[in-house]
Design a protein around this ligand. Structure first.
Ligand code: PSU
Ligand code: MN
Length: 292
């Protein structure tokens, strides 16, 4: 940061609660290398024994990937982890908050949280959306999985004033698939344009929100939307029957989708995370070139 190098933040709940071992640790290490290869510096974020870290050592990543008792931490959990000196993996929300404290503006992940299906009754709306509304960090994701209500998630982001752009597509992507049935709120075609949008958002207009950049999964890695849809419907029924609620919902559904696709969803997940890391690194370089 001091030398003016472009930095890309990476989250850690995807390591501890988003993917099975050993794919999780391989992914975390590879993604850092991909960011470096594009000329940026990776900073994976977590809380290690009560200390907030923006940038981890390999041993920390291994710990998050293997240890039992690593807590899934959203922003409101950070004070507890610090006070009790515990180790926690940060969600998109908590990663945004810590990245911002360290001055990092660009962040890559797989998928962001959102408004859950049935939220009218459950009130289950991810704190990722709250953080996007108040923290000026750009989040590169592959959109949101259809374990969520994609339409309501986009409505919510509009209400709280978060710019949403899709890179190179007229449709908002649904994580495993380039399509979702929902049009892109806005479309831009390259990272230089996105960097210009970030400068306009924060420097010219003084907005204090995050920015959601949806980067559709590459064609070759996409899973058929109808097949994924059936798997997700079955996983949602299982979650309901098992009485899963709160922070456990998203990790439960992610694991069920991997199990029910025989691991094919994991391959797609790995491919889109790599793609997002490369794109975020190029964006960080373009953003720094425009005066950071
Ligand atoms: N969606 C995914 N993969 C993930 C997550 C979401 O496709 O790993 C993780 C991210 O860390 C995200 C969190 O911030 O789940 C959201 O959890 P919740 O729905 O409890 O807010
Ligand atoms: Mn939730």
């Amino acid at each position: 940061m001091a030398a003016g190098h472009p930095v890309v933040a990476l989250e850690s709940t995807i390591i501890s609660h988003g993917m099975p071992y050993p794919s999780n640790v391989e992914m975390a290490v590879e993604v850092e290398q991909l960011v470096r290869a594009e000329g940026a510096v990776p900073a994976t974020v977590a809380v290690i024994e009560g200390r907030c870290r923006v940038g981890l050592r390999p041993a920390d990543i291994e710990l998050l990937a293997t240890a039992r008792g690593v807590l899934k931490a959203t922003t409101r959990d950070l004070p507890y982890l610090m006070a009790a000196r515990l180790t926690g993996a940060t969600t998109v929300a908590a990663t945004m908050h810590l990245a911002h404290l360290a001055g990092v503006r660009i962040f890559a992940t797989g998928g962001i949280g959102g408004v859950h299906r049935g939220a009218a009754h459950s009130f289950d709306i991810s704190a990722d959306l709250t953080e996007l509304a108040r923290t000026p960090v750009a989040v590169v994701s592959a959109g949101v999985k259809s374990i969520l209500d994609i339409g309501l998630t986009l409505e919510h982001l509009e209400t709280v004033g978060v710019p949403v752009v899709v890179l190179g597509s007229d449709e908002f992507p649904s994580f495993y698939s380039r399509t979702s049935g929902h049009p892109a709120p806005r479309r831009l075609d390259d990272v230089a344009e996105v960097a210009a949008l970030l400068h306009a958002t924060w420097d010219d207009l003084g907005l204090t929100t995050g920015v959601s950049i949806a980067n559709p999964i590459p064609d070759a890695d996409e899973l058929p939307a109808d097949e994924v849809g059936a798997v997700i419907d079955a996983a949602l029924l299982d979650a309901d029957r098992a009485g899963i609620t709160g922070q456990a919902v998203t990790p439960f559904l992610l694991a069920e989708v991997v199990r029910r696709t025989g691991g094919r969803s994991l391959q797609a997940n790995l491919a889109l995370v790599r793609h997002n890391a490369r794109t975020a690194a190029r964006l960080a370089v373009a953003f720094a070139r425009m005066g950071g």
